[in-house]
Design a protein around this ligand. Sequence first.
Ligand code: FAD
Length: 434
Amino acid sequence: MQTIVIVGGGAGGLELATRLGDQIDRSSGAKIILIDRAPTHFWKPLLHEVASGKIDPKTHQVEYSAQAAEHHFQFICGEVVNVDRNSRVVELARRHDENGIEISPLRQVHYDKLVLAFGAVTNFFGIAGAAEHSFSLDTVFQAEHFQKRLINTCVQASDRKAGGTDPDAAVNIVIVGAGATGVELAAELRHTARALAKYRIHDLDPIRDIRIKLVERSDRLLPHLDARLSRTAEKYLGKLGIEACTSTSIAKVEIDRVEDDTGRVHPSDLTVWAAGIEGPKVSAILGLPLNRLGQIMVSGTLQTVGDANIFALGDCASFLCPAKGTPIPPRAQAAHQQALFLAKVLSEAAENPLPHFQYRDYGSLVSLGPSAAIGMLIGGAWGSGLFVDGALARILYRLMYRKHVLALHGFVAMAWQTVGHWVRGKVAPPVKLH
Ligand SMILES: Cc1cc2nc3c(=O)[nH]c(=O)nc-3n(C[C@H](O)[C@H](O)[C@H](O)COP(=O)(O)OP(=O)(O)OC[C@H]3O[C@@H](n4cnc5c(N)ncnc54)[C@H](O)[C@@H]3O)c2cc1C
C-alpha cells in the first residue's frame, strides 16, 4: 500500500489531504497521512482580522481530527523536524503540553510520496532588533498576542491621560511593509480603535491619539500589485488618518521606536513586521536546493529539484512561472491551485512523465476594513485587468474564504457556517473587547 504523507495542513495542505482522502482511499487503498504541529487549521489570510480583534479564531478553526475522520485520511499532530530521504521517513519532535509533560515521544513516519506544505515565516531581513521587538502574523497565537497587547496598550495610555500623569498620552503603531497584509491590517486597526472607544475600553481619540503609520521601502503602497490599487489604497487610508511613509527603509527596531536608514526616528509602542516571508528553518535541513529566500525549488511538476518522491506546494515552495521566469507569489490562490493539481496527479495511477502545473493569476483583492475593498480581476472576460471596488469588491473578497470552506466541507456546511457567522456578527460586538 502506498503512503502519501502531507506535512502542513494550511491553505494548500489541508485541501490536498481532504481531496486525496475523498478520491484515493476508497479506490486504490493508498494511505493518506496529514501531519501538522497544531491540532486545528486556520486560514491564514484571516490573521489580520484576528490581530485587530474583528474575528474570534475559534469560530473559524477546523479540527484536523474531525476533518480526517470525515474525509478518510489520518491526522498526526506533531512538528516535523527532519526528513531522512534515504529511508523515506519524516521525524517528529517530542510533543509536550503547556505544563511541560510529554504527550508524544520522538516519532518517525514512513512515506512513499511526501508533500511539503509547511508554509513560510516572517522574514526580518536581519534588521537589528526586528525579530525581538516586533510582532509578526504567522500564527493564530501571534495574532491573538498582538490583539491583547493592542487593547492593554490603549488602556494604559488612556489611564495615564485620565490620571493627568501624561496629558498627551497616545498609542503609536508602526506597520513595516505595505503589501496586502500591512495595508489590510492598518485599515482594520483604525476600525478597532474606533470600536474600542465606542465601548469605552479607552477614552483616547481613536484617530488623533491612536496613530497608525505604514512604512514601505518601495515608492508606493501595495508595490506588487497594479498601480491603480496603490493609488486608491493610499487615498482611502489617508481618509482613515493612516500615515503612509513610502521610500523608507527601516534600519533598526527598538522597544519603543523604529529608526529608518536616514536616521529618522518613528516612535512605536507596537511594531508589526509585515515586510516579507522566507522558508522556515526546517527547509534547510532537507538537503534540497533552496532559493535565496529559503524556499524549496520545485520543477514544473511540483517535484522538488533533487528528489522526485518529494513534492512541495504553497509558500514553502519556489515555482518559477515558465512564461515569465519569475516565482509565483506566496498567496492562498497559488496554494489552492497547486493543491488541486497534486490531488489529481497523486490520485491517478503513476503517469510518466507527470503533467506540468500551470498557474493562473485571477487577480488580487485587498480588504480596506469592514466596509471597503478594492481589487483587480484578471483573465477570462476581464482581460488584462478590471478594477473593482465598493460592494462588489467586498463580496468577492469575502467569497475567497467561503471558497476555501466549500473545498473543505462542501456546500451545505459552508452555507450553515456562513449563516452562523452572519448571526454572530449581528449579536456580538464588532471587535473583541478584551
Ligand atoms: C495576515 C495575512 C494575510 C494574507 N492575505 C492573503 C490574501 O488576502 N490573499 C491571498 O491569496 N493570500 C494571503 N495571504 C497569504 C496566504 O495566507 C498564504 O499564501 C497561504 O496561507 C499559504 O498556504 P500554505 O498551505 O503554503 O501554508 P500555510 O497556510 O501557512 O500553512 C502551513 C501549515 O504548516 C504547518 N507547519 C508549519 N511548520 C510545520 C512543521 N515543521 N511541522 C508540521 N507542521 C508545520 C502550520 O501549522 C500550518 O498549518 C495572507 C497571509 C497573511 C499572514
